[in-house]
Design a binder for this molecule. Structure first.
Ligand code: PEP
Ligand code: MG
Length: 539
């Protein structure tokens, strides 16, 4: 038995065989024999084309933002991509040895990397990293970049780090736990794991990778433990804990179809956060009052290509149908930082959380943003929806959004397409938004307080950085006061205000939320029953 101590991400316990997820292995270019060399060369040509287009986009954006000199790197990458010798050697290998393109690229690139690494000149050594970068890109394009972590049987996933889309791809019914060496409480990966009720811990000890695939293990999200190959007494203790856990959830199930009311009968609006259509079903299952935060970026992240207006419209209408008349607040794509899509290139950022994300990215990629707005306006004619904008820091951003919405309306008018203009609100998740809450309330129909980012920006604590977790204090008076200020700002203009960050799920704040008179709380579906129970005990 081996016990690793780490940090708790979700206070549940899970047991099952370990599955080690090693991204380097997943993306490794295995040697495969091919029979159709012409088809293989064509596949390679397309991957070159795709890679070149990506590099062109990066270089173009980089020129505008970080300066011509730095952007030259990407032009150099493009030149490397068209280098006759490099391409010639790859082609010769495919034709001469009948190996797949991924393998040929990887082998030829490794040879070049080795050569440059051993060069006496520092400039030449730096070329090694460029070659690796370019060849990784080509290989990723050849592989379709869509290699994902799929479980076909119960397992505890062990990985260095999981991206939000990888957590999303985990089948809930099979995921018994997640153990990562990097991660933090408010990272999107951890939020999604909690939403899916998957026990999760962070163990900052690389030796966990000595764990063999298939060995039985326990993830104790209550104590922050990862126990490999538990001895009999520990195993029995955890079997008992699992029994208690399911008994506890059975008890909570008594609150399944109850109204959310205090002991004196006061109604509290309890909504759920969602990232997929399945989450809408969860909202219904727990009899929540609607969806307070639909993170639409995850719809985009699950697709290799951008979703068209019609595709988005269909998804939104489907969500509304599933919500069965209950209100759904769709947040426009909050991409950037840890949430990326292949078709929107963001130049490398030293501080991605302070970079191109949320509304900034949308305003920069106007066409992409407009497609989403038009799809949402059309869906608003069909069902009960609101639109919410993420990462707002100024009134001017909202004014730009309003102009874009106007443009979208005119374009829909021209096409004679039916639409409606729903309520449009903003996430209060930056200290700037808190400080100008009154002004923002003038140009918004509602506020939703996003405490995950608010905490990150107010306490200057990177939400992705697991080593800062001990400094993360949701009870910090600065945060509590900021929530109060945001509520006051909303009240000054009589608009609705609720909370949708992870703090909404913290029972110790329920009394405070009641005092502040928040209009709603939006929480993960798996938290609904516990919160409903706690509310039922309030006066
Ligand atoms: C937040 O920041 O509190 C929030 C709800 O948004 P997200 O976690 O998706 O950034
Ligand atoms: Mg946020």
């Amino acid at each position: 038995m081996q016990i690793y101590k780490g940090k708790r991400m979700h206070g549940k316990v899970g047991m099952g065989p370990v599955k080690v997820f090693d991204r380097a292995v997943v993306y490794k270019a295995y040697k495969t024999t091919i029979t159709d060399r012409v088809a293989e060369l064509e596949r390679l040509r397309k991957a070159y084309e795709h890679t070149d287009a990506e590099l062109y986009e990066i270089a173009k954006m980089a020129k505008g933002r970080i300066g011509r000199k730095e952007a030259d790197i990407f032009d150099a990458h493009r030149m490397l991509l068209t280098d006759d010798n490099f391409r010639g050697e790859i082609k010769d290998m495919i034709v001469g040895e009948s190996v797949c393109a991924e393998y040929a690229v990887s082998e030829v690139a490794d040879k070049y990397v080795e050569f440059f690494k051993n060069s006496p000149s520092v400039e030449m050594q730096a070329r090694a990293a460029d070659i690796k970068d370019v060849s990784d890109r080509i290989i990723a394009n050849l592989m379709g970049k869509r290699e994902s972590l799929t479980l076909r049987e119960p397992a505890i996933v062990l990985a260095e780090e999981l991206s939000p889309s990888e957590v999303i791809s985990l089948e809930k019914k099979y995921a018994r736990g997640i153990v990562v060496t990097k991660g933090s409480l408010n990272s999107h990966a951890a939020i999604l794991a909690r939403a899916a009720d998957i026990p999760m811990v962070v163990i900052e000890d690389e030796s966990i990778f000595e764990t063999k695939n298939g060995v039985r293990a326990v993830v104790d999200g209550v104590k922050g433990l990862f126990i490999v190959d538990p001895d009999l007494p520990s195993y029995e203790r955890y079997v008992e804990k699992l029994r208690e856990q399911s008994k506890n959830s059975e008890d909570l199930h008594l609150f399944m179809d109850k109204e959310t009311v205090t002991s004196s009968g006061k109604k509290v609006v309890l909504l759920t956060n969602a990232s997929s259509i399945t989450d809408v079903e969860e909202c219904n299952r727990y009899h929540a009052d609607g969806i307070g935060l639909f993170r639409t970026e995850f719809l985009f992240m699950g697709n290799a290509d951008p979703l068209s207006e019609q595709e988005q419209y269909k998804i939104y209408v489907n969500v509304l149908k599933k919500a069965d008349g209950k209100p759904v607040t769709f947040r426009t794509a909050d991409l950037g930082s840890d949430k990326k899509v292949d078709y929107i290139t963001i130049p490398k950022e030293d501080n991605p959380a302070l970079g191109l994300r949320g509304i900034r990215l949308s305003l920069l990629h106007r066409d992409f943003f407009k497609i989403q707005i038009k799809a949402l306006l059309r869906a608003a004619a069909v069902g009960n929806l609101k639109i919410m904008y993420p990462m707002i820091t100024s009134v001017s951003e909202m004014k730009q959004v309003q102009e874009i919405v106007e443009e979208c309306k005119q374009e829909l008018d021209k096409r004679r397409v039916k639409y409606a203009v729903p309520k449009q609100g903003i996430m209060i998740e930056t200290p700037a938004a808190v400080m100008i809450a009154e002004e923002l309330a003038e140009v918004s129909d509602f506020f939703s307080i996003g405490t995950n980012d608010l905490t990150q920006y107010a306490l200057a604590l990177d939400r992705q950085n697991g080593s800062l977790m001990d400094f993360m204090d949701p009870h910090h008076p600065a945060i509590v006061r900021m929530i109060e200020m945001a509520v006051k700002g909303a009240e000054a203009h009589g608009i609705e205000v609720g909370i949708c960050g992870e703090m909404a799920m913290d029972p110790s704040f329920l009394k405070k939320y009641a005092e502040l008179g928040l209009d709603y709380m939006s929480v993960n579906p798996t938290n609904i029953l516990q919160i409903r129970k706690n509310i039922s005990n309030m006066p």
